[in-house]
Design a protein around this ligand. Structure first.
Ligand code: ZN
Length: 199
């Protein structure tokens, strides 16, 4: 009886709003990140999205964490998946400290592809005195936010168009997230994407 009750409880809680939504991220590192750097990037983005009830699942498709044959990297992208490239330089022709940290290819419905520029992240990390890996994780999380929510920016939090010193303070405490409204919208969109896979 105990087991049956546990199973019922799991199914019941899984069917309510409390269940975490999943976003799968295929990571392509062209910048030669270390294993430790990759771990910190992943842990940072995980923490940012966990705050909004979103669980990230990572596929290491290129770079030091990538196994020889990661199944899933060559498969067709699913609605709740995205691919992010970590580029060593860039963005092209804009290499000043005010350069965007990344770019995503999205419509109002979201998208599946984003790039983060290591040199721009390094410049901003040095300017604000925050660890590079941490800011890189935040830059990936910001672009993942666009892939779920579309191209818009917000007045506060993770999806601000650019981060200032105050934001950098929040970033170093892992305190910058989606706003409550964005988090709700993101969960709904991921839920719908999950449902559309079965159609
Ligand atoms: Zn943006």
């Amino acid at each position: 009886m105990k087991i049956a009750a546990d199973v019922f409880w799991i199914l019941w809680t899984g069917a309510t709003a409390g269940s975490a939504q999943t976003l799968r991220i295929a990571l392509y590192d062209y910048s030669g990140m270390s294993a430790r750097g990759t771990e910190r990037l992943v842990a940072t983005a995980d923490a940012v999205f966990a705050h909004s009830g979103i669980h990230l699942v990572w596929l290491h498709c290129r770079g030091i964490g990538a196994p020889a044959n990661e199944s899933g990297c060559s498969e067709k992208m699913q609605p709740n998946e995205m691919a992010v490239r970590i580029q060593p330089a860039g963005p092209p022709s804009v290499d000043s400290s005010g350069a965007p940290l990344g770019r995503s290819f999205v419509t109002a419905a979201g998208g599946s592809y984003a790039t983060v520029f290591v040199r721009a992240v390094q410049a901003l990390a040095a300017r604000f005195g925050v660890p590079f890996d941490l800011l890189l994780g935040y830059a990936v999380a910001h672009e993942a936010g666009h892939c779920i929510l579309g191209p818009g920016h917000s007045y506060a939090g993770l999806m601000r168009p650019s981060w200032n010193r105050k934001d950098a303070g929040e970033i170093s405490r892992l305190g910058l997230h989606l706003t409550k409204q964005e988090a709700r919208e993101a969960v709904v969109r991921l839920k719908l994407a999950e449902l559309s896979k079965g159609l």
